[in-house]
Ligand binder design. Structure first.
Ligand SMILES: Nc1nc2c(ncn2[C@@H]2O[C@H](COP(=O)(O)OP(=O)(O)OP(=O)(O)O)[C@@H](O)[C@H]2O)c(=O)[nH]1
Ligand SMILES: [Mg+2]
Length: 725
């Protein structure tokens, strides 16, 4: 490997900005050598008016091959306007990520030209815009470029989890995987927050959260796992999440991953914990056997899959994930309280998030990701879009309700008006019970707090193709959510996505055909027929079909701004989740109850408190009678247990003291143990049980009382003896 100090090459005649980059880099390398280990080549400036330079430089970038390396290309758009380009190459010479930084406020950069020539040299790879603070000062412009380029390099090197070597992952699509990886994880931190580093293969039914069978390892999921297990008291669940974290690190070949002994040690600890907590079943024992063998042979992928199965058995609902999603939804609820909103609804993958990006002014280009058609976002200007990601995959991409404020003058309308667009996850339980439950709760919290709501249903070509099955499914959810949908139907709008050019003027006829050929049971589905008639009515003149690449957002925004709304949404919307999610929530609550009972018997009050806190929070969130009943039942159980221990302890002590038999060490230890248990329960008592429940001081008070009684007794005996004398 080359000496890093020599890897900053003065390859070309440089202009000032190159010099500044190199000087800054030198300075940073001295301060933080570890952050800039990999070679970084700064190429000569590209001048926008010199046609061949951009392509030439991109070719030169390829030729620097020496393991993994970064390329920086300064690009002069005009005398006062620079941008910076960063390309990261993998050891095999493939581009791992490519992005450009354009901080100039009034940029007239021709992104299409930049992209097009880039695609000529690196087909299938997208040069993405990194989101940076915008301003118009030339000097600041250069500073921002340098700062952001070097910050990006530092981040990539530090978050080594990005530098996946994919060693253990089968890559069925060959090179496409790289493209997907690039599209999904590179560039804007904005976009890659929840993007996959690696996708774990599907084993059983797909669900969305990281605790499920099919899920992805992302920087965010790793961070969440770490945060989760660190916040938990010792228990099997903690140990499982910790192991999931270790195994995920192993799987992505992270150099900071721990040595195998640590994984092995945690695994042994988990086995012990499962026994202590009486959670071992035959199935779990079999899975543990499998994991044991897989860890031995360093088969991290299968170890991870089996570990996830154990997690699902122990915790069918990932409570941490649920609370996280609900918190995010609450943030959204807070930002749009008392506002007029446009709420986008539709099946998974129908194009809700893409439509919102389009309306908020993002630019996209058409390309393929692992063989699937996709509109990749290449320019995102609205900062609210940072959590709105899109993907061509069947699994649900959006995981919680998010809002975006669009100022009309930012998207080419010369008015001061603004509009709030709300994205939502697809209303199915394919993304896992956590998303479904958080969404069900979120809708009520978010929408009920708004002043008015305009629902926009996104209908993709595919959902018409399946004879509106997707739309029917959506209607079931909507009718549970809006019980009196027939009174609100005027407020609904429809946007059609992904329609091939020649199909666009057939939408009304297609829907009409479906309407005329409804089966009897479909006709009796009132909500569905109401919706279908409304679509027919609203597509009669012309259907609103979206072409996110060539259309301009202004017209649709104007129409949406003028359309009728649902007022008093708090009277119209109600909490609803799927039956399956309901059952899982119940199952988890019952598991909490069992956990609490068994932990109380072991006097493991840290764990008892942890579970009680969760139960209480769930009860506060859902206000469901059965949760409250179980919570109260747990409190009664713990209070009774503490009282029984107390009674047992003081009775024994009383016996000894009254009979004045000598106390041995064991008797004192037993009394002490009872007292300690009550001490451990201090926080449970303070936070849940109430002060009337027995606490540790009662043991001391009892001892004092008994000793006082004995003393009094002795004194009285003494006086009696004296009087006899
Ligand atoms: N050609 C074309 N593709 C689209 C359009 N809208 C969405 N797509 C593509 O369809 C896929 C899914 O789009 P998303 O916007 O992520 O869909 P979503 O409804 O937000 O999906 P979830 O968040 O999973 O519920 C992506 O690959 C998009 O690029 C469109 O109008 N035309
Ligand atoms: Mg989405």
């Amino acid at each position: 490997m080359s000496n890093p100090a020599e890897t900053v090459n003065w390859l070309y005649q440089h202009e000032n900005i190159e010099n500044d980059i190199l000087n800054k880099l030198k300075e940073l390398r001295q301060q933080y050598p570890e952050h800039f280990r990999k070679p970084i080549h700064v190429l000569a400036t590209v001048h926008d008016n010199m046609d061949a330079e951009w392509k030439q430089r991109l070719q030169q970038a390829k030729e620097q091959r020496n393991g993994e390396y970064f390329i920086i290309i300064p690009y002069k758009v005009s005398n006062i306007h620079w941008i910076g380009v960063l390309i990261k190459f993998k050891a095999d010479g493939q581009v791992e990520r490519a992005e450009f930084i354009d901080p100039f406020g009034t940029s007239n950069l021709d992104v299409n030209k930049l992209q097009k020539q880039f695609a000529d040299v690196y087909p299938g790879i997208i040069l993405q815009a990194r989101n940076v603070q915008k301003q118009d000062n030339r000097k600041k412009n250069a500073e921002l470029i340098i700062g952001n380029l070097l910050k990006a390099i530092e981040e990539y090197q530090l978050t080594n989890i990005n530098d996946s070597q994919d060693k253990t992952i089968e890559n069925p699509e060959g090179n496409n995987e790289n493209n997907q990886y690039l599209v999904q994880t590179s560039s804007m931190k904005l976009q890659n927050q929840s993007k996959s580093l690696i996708e774990i293969p599907q084993v059983e039914q797909q669900s969305g959260s990281w605790s499920d069978e099919k899920s992805v390892i992302t920087e965010e999921s790793l961070r969440n796992m770490q945060k989760d297990f660190r916040s938990m008291p010792s228990c099997s669940e903690k140990s499982i999440i910790c192991l999931l974290y270790y195994l995920s690190l192993k799987l992505i070949s992270n150099p900071i991953a721990l040595d195998n002994n640590i994984v092995q040690k945690e695994f042994e600890y988990l086995k012990e914990r499962l026994k202590i907590e009486e959670l071992e079943s035959k199935e779990i024992r079999n899975l543990l056997e499998e994991i044991s063998i897989n860890i031995k042979y360093e088969n991290w992928k299968h170890s991870l899959i089996s570990m996830k199965k154990i997690f699902k058995k122990i915790s069918p609902l990932n409570i941490h994930e649920l609370f996280r999603l609900i918190k995010k939804v609450n943030n959204t609820a807070h930002t749009i309280k008392n506002k007029d909103i446009i709420f986008f609804l539709g099946g998974t993958g129908s194009g809700k998030s893409t439509t919102i990006h389009f309306l908020a002014g993002s630019k996209m280009i058409e390309n393929k990701v692992t063989g699937l058609n996709h509109l990749s976002l290449v320019e995102i200007n609205n900062p609210d879009l940072k959590h709105i990601t899109t993907s061509p995959f069947a699994r649900s991409e959006t995981r919680y309700i998010t809002s975006v404020k669009v100022n009309f003058d930012d998207v080419g309308r010369f008015t001061r008006e603004s509009i709030i667009l709300c994205d939502s996850p697809g209303f199915e339980d394919t993304s896992g019970p956590e998303v479904d439950i958080a969404n069900g709760l979120g809708i009520v919290n978010v929408i009920k707090g708004c002043k008015s709501v305009k629902p926009v249903v996104i209908i993709s070509y595919k959902s018409i193709g399946d004879r509106l099955q997707g739309l029917k499914d959506l209607m079931y959810v909507l009718s549970a959510l809006i019980p009196g949908i027939q009174d609100q139907i005027e407020a609904f709008s429809y946007i059609f996505t992904k329609f091939p050019e020649k199909e666009r003027d057939t939408i009304h006829a297609l829907i009409n055909d479906i309407n005329e050929n409804l089966k009897e049971e479909e006709k009796s589905d009132r909500s569905f027929t109401i919706l279908l008639k409304d679509i027919l009515k609203k597509t009669r003149k012309c259907a609103r079909v979206l072409d996110p690449i060539n259309d301009k957002p202004g017209k649709i925004l104007d129409e949406l701004a003028k359309s009728p709304a649902i007022h008093h949404p708090e009277e119209v919307f109600q909490f609803s989740i799927t039956k399956k999610s309901k059952a899982i929530l119940r199952e988890q609550i019952t598991k909490h109850q069992l956990n609490i009972r068994s932990a109380t018997e072991r006097s493991d009050y840290d764990f008892v408190k942890y579970r009680l806190d969760q139960l209480k929070h769930l009860n506060d969130l859902f206000s469901q009678d059965y949760i409250e009943q179980i919570y109260n039942d747990c409190l009664r159980y713990i209070s009774r247990h503490l009282f029984e221990e107390y009674e047992k302890g003081i009775l024994a002590m009383k016996r000894y003291l009254m009979n004045q038999t000598s106390l041995n060490d064991e008797d004192i230890r037993q009394y002490q143990a009872c007292m300690d248990h009550a001490k451990l329960a201090k926080e449970v008592r303070e936070n849940h049980l109430g002060m009337e429940v027995v606490d540790s001081t009662a043991f001391i008070e009892n001892l004092n009382q008994q000793l006082n009684m004995i003393l009094k007794d002795l004194r009285e005996k003494d006086i009696a003896d004296m009087s006899i004398k």
